[in-house]
Design a protein around this ligand. Structure first.
Ligand SMILES: Cc1cc2nc3c(=O)[nH]c(=O)nc-3n(C[C@H](O)[C@H](O)[C@H](O)COP(=O)(O)OP(=O)(O)OC[C@H]3O[C@@H](n4cnc5c(N)ncnc54)[C@H](O)[C@@H]3O)c2cc1C
Length: 495
């Protein structure tokens, strides 16, 4: 039986990045993915002949010389991408109480354009932007170079996002505007650390792009590079247990009974699922299991995918975050919670017109919990009615700020946290995995190395989520296995 250097459980972004890095370093890798294709959240589906991205709407730090641009070139996938840079003078539009505020790309541009809307806050906006940039870059640097949480970084990890913003910005409406995109990191007053807000927001100021032709072009390119390098990528194989012997990992067992042997195993599943794959002989202590199982997951998202009538609604090269209930907005502290994101996929057939628009809103598990015992396509009439009601509310809100959108819809389909749970195995359909907390950073940030010898973790629950967070974590996981800093020593990327 062939024994691999590394077995990777899960073929989403994390698994593919780890596979691509380690096979580049000459290790034999085998990726095991339960779905019919790789990509995880990057997987598309098709309706009315249109390819629809299930999850990825935009990615930051992609301008020349920026972090993700460098990493994707190092992984040799850049050449496969068709990226569309969002509007530099307004890549995010935040609609609150009938007024629309823009985020411009680039730090100076961003500060200047917001100062035009809030002239009395000009100095504060400049201070905030400087803080955003410094915290965004320094948090990234200390995570990547420190290989985890350094003592310097601890100060940054323990700062509340919303308190930090309120310290500099005294205007309530501006606080709401600056956190108007917090859906992208599940912003919550009682938990979200400032570094998470800063890394995410700063990365978009460093070049926010959409994928034309499907976000899966990125994960497909990684899959191809791994195979071209001799790596094995298998789909429709579910890992049912991680095999250990005397507290050392030996391989994994699959749902068909097959055993795959390897020196190292990287699990990119949710950490709670990884623990459930480990038997009692692995010696993982009960207290660690309890800690992981008690951590809070981010809420899920409800996505409404709209296929548009040809030539009926213009393609908008920016994201629209739209908040309803104006009286509520006037009195609520940031972040506002009653909003939706309207995101447009770059058109493939007719450049000026929208082909696919996705509306997204946060959805807590309790909203769908009563259907938790059901499976895909078999959830019953009440669930169908629930989805229809939510969809209609979202379309009305979008149409009230983007007039004509509703009339231009040809067809729609939707995904709730139940959908994400059943297709990808994320607990309670959580969109971004384990929440980070400024009040207990050490217990919510999970290191890649485990107590089981040669078992490593990767994926969105460890450091932070999204393409940026997952890529950072993949670099850390591979660095831990290789015993060298992949970013600086292998890829030669400086931060
Ligand atoms: C609706 C939505 C919108 C988003 N929008 C953005 C965005 O615009 N920009 C951005 O940067 N991020 C966005 N994100 C976040 C981003 O998609 C994720 O953080 C990232 O893709 C997670 O990658 P991952 O590899 O950690 O996890 P996953 O993609 O979940 O990959 C894990 C893989 O493991 C497989 N697996 C699980 N258990 C097993 C098992 N036992 N055996 C075999 N395989 C298994 C799963 O099938 C899956 O393919 C969005 C997320 C959602 C839900």
């Amino acid at each position: 039986m062939r024994k691999y250097d590394v077995i990777i459980v899960g073929g989403g972004l994390a698994g593919l990045e780890c596979g691509a890095i380690l096979s580049k370093k000459g290790m034999s890798v085998c990726i095991l993915e339960q779905s019919g294709r790789t990509g995880g959240f990057f997987q598309p589906f098709f309706r009315n002949g249109k390819k629809i991205d299930t999850s990825i709407h935009y990615v930051g730090s992609l301008d020349e010389g920026m972090f993700l641009n460098n990493v994707f070139r190092y992984l040799d996938v850049w050449r496969d991408l068709d990226l569309v840079r969002l509007n530099k003078d307004g890549f995010e539009k935040i609609h609150i109480s009938g007024k629309c505020y823009s985020y411009a790309m680039g730090h100076e541009n961003f500060a200047q354009s917001l100062s035009a809307d809030f002239p009395h806050m000009k100095n504060e906006i400049e201070l905030y932007t400087k803080n955003l940039k410094e915290t965004g870059i320094n948090s990234l640097r200390s995570t990547l170079l420190g290989g985890g949480i350094s003592s310097d970084a601890m100060g940054m990890l323990s700062v509340s996002a919303f308190e930090e913003i309120e310290k500099t910005i005294t205007d309530t409406r501006l606080q709401q505007v600056l956190t108007g995109h917090s859906l992208i990191y599940s912003g919550e007053r009682s938990m979200t650390p400032f570094y998470l807000h800063a890394i995410t927001s700063n990365s978009y100021l460093e070049g926010a792009y959409r994928f034309r032709g499907g976000a899966d072009r990125l994960t497909d390119a990684m899959t191809s590079r791994i195979r071209e390098g001799g790596g094995v990528v298998r789909t429709k194989v579910r890992c049912t247990s991680i095999i250990t012997d005397n507290k050392i990992v030996k391989g994994v067992k699959l749902d068909n009974g097959e055993v795959v042997e390897g020196k190292y195993v990287i699990s990119t599943c949710h950490p709670a699922e990884t623990l459930s794959l480990l038997g009692t002989d692995s010696d993982v202590r009960k207290v660690y299991r309890n800690r992981i199982n008690s951590l809070k997951n981010s809420p899920g998202l409800f996505c409404l995918y709209l296929v548009m009538k040809p030539g009926a609604f213009p393609y908008l090269n920016e994201n629209h975050y739209i908040f309803g209930d104006e009286s509520h907005a006037n009195h609520s502290p940031a972040p506002l919670k009653n909003g939706i994101l309207a995101s447009f996929q770059p058109p493939v057939d007719d450049p000026g017109f929208a082909e696919v628009v996705t509306l997204v809103r946060e959805m807590e598990w309790r909203e769908v919990e009563r259907w938790s015992d059901t499976i895909v396509e078999m959830r019953g009439e009440e669930y169908r009615e629930f989805k229809e009601r939510v969809s209609n509310e979202m379309i009305s809100l979008a149409d009230s700020h983007l007039p004509g959108l509703k009339a231009a819809i040809l067809n729609s389909s939707s995904a709730s946290p139940l959908t994400f749970r059943d297709y990808l195995g994320t607990p309670q359909g959580s969109a971004y995995g384990l929440m980070k907390s400024f009040s207990s950073p050490l217990s919510t940030i999970i290191p890649p190395k485990t107590k089981v010898q040669n078992l490593y973790l990767a994926g969105q629950s460890l450091n932070f989520h999204g393409v940026m967070g997952v890529t950072v974590t993949s670099l850390l996981t591979c660095s831990a296995i290789l015993g060298t800093n992949v970013l600086t020593e292998e890829a030669g990327i400086s931060l």
